[in-house]
Write a protein that binds this ligand. Sequence first.
Ligand code: PEP
Ligand code: MG
Length: 327
Amino acid sequence: FSNRLEAIRTLPSVTLDGVAISLYGNIEFPHEAASARQRGGEGIGLYRTEFLYLDASAEPTEEDHYRSYCEVLKAFPDRPVVIRTLDLGADKLPIGFRMEYPEGVNPALSLRSIRLSLQHLDLFRTQLRAIARAACHGDLRIMFPLISTLLELRQAKMILGDVLEDLEEQGITYRREIPVGMMMEVPSAAIMAEQFAREVDFFSIGTNDLIQYTLASDRGDPRIANLYRAGDPAIIRLIQIVVKAGQSRGIPVSVCGQMSSDPLFVPLLVGLGLRQLSVTPHLIPEIKELIRKLTISKAENLANRVLRMETANDVESFLRGEHRKLS
Ligand code: PEP
Ligand code: MG
């Protein structure tokens, strides 16, 4: 931590013209919540709960889930904490949890994430019970990953409804009103954002997968890194669609993919209308410092120029030039 960034920790995350851009932390383990707070984070925008599985020798119990969520809430008892339900499969496979993908099937396009949860209801229900119970101790929110269709979202919400009913019948303490959001990380969902916005309380754009699926480019294959680009005009247009849908229905939209942790793209995201970013905890001070140098009108001008560009090269070299002017 340099002194400069230490000093900025307690300052508000606002633009020069006074517009708040909330900064949340992305975490994989509960103990990281404290460091997100220590660095000036205003809550947790993404808790990747599948790490409960990736880290464990045995399958986590409802109590394991519950304890982890309560630990995160200890760092943020009065701030939003977004629990993303299990995003297992494809590149995230737990030890001892054999996932067979038939030969020739692409795991990233197969049974993963919410699709896996919807086919392993025992896993899903255990997690949802723990979330509903932990929600009594703070401002917990639920987020479903990799939603591709409205039917899938409705099914996930229906199971949540069932779980809450069971808790009620069993006389277990839980919270009835829990905000429910979804990741926007599949192009089909982004295209249908207007319709989805009527059925959830918030969106969070997962650029890591959104880029992978939009550009048909594996996020882990360096040989095609020239295609896998956050600056691709198709990505910027999809983000714009999602932000506009959120604005028109009055639901908050954030970005929790790697793109929001990259200072190059932060002015663009603000210019596209984003007012919440969820970032890698150690980068919170740096991103805040950048936000405090922006004005909304300049960011909007920048976004309008970018929206007229045709290639990722043009977008990224323009953003690099703008970034140099800011620093
Ligand atoms: C994303 O896809 O951008 C995202 C935040 O989720 P993950 O990286 O965990 O797939
Ligand atoms: Mg993802």
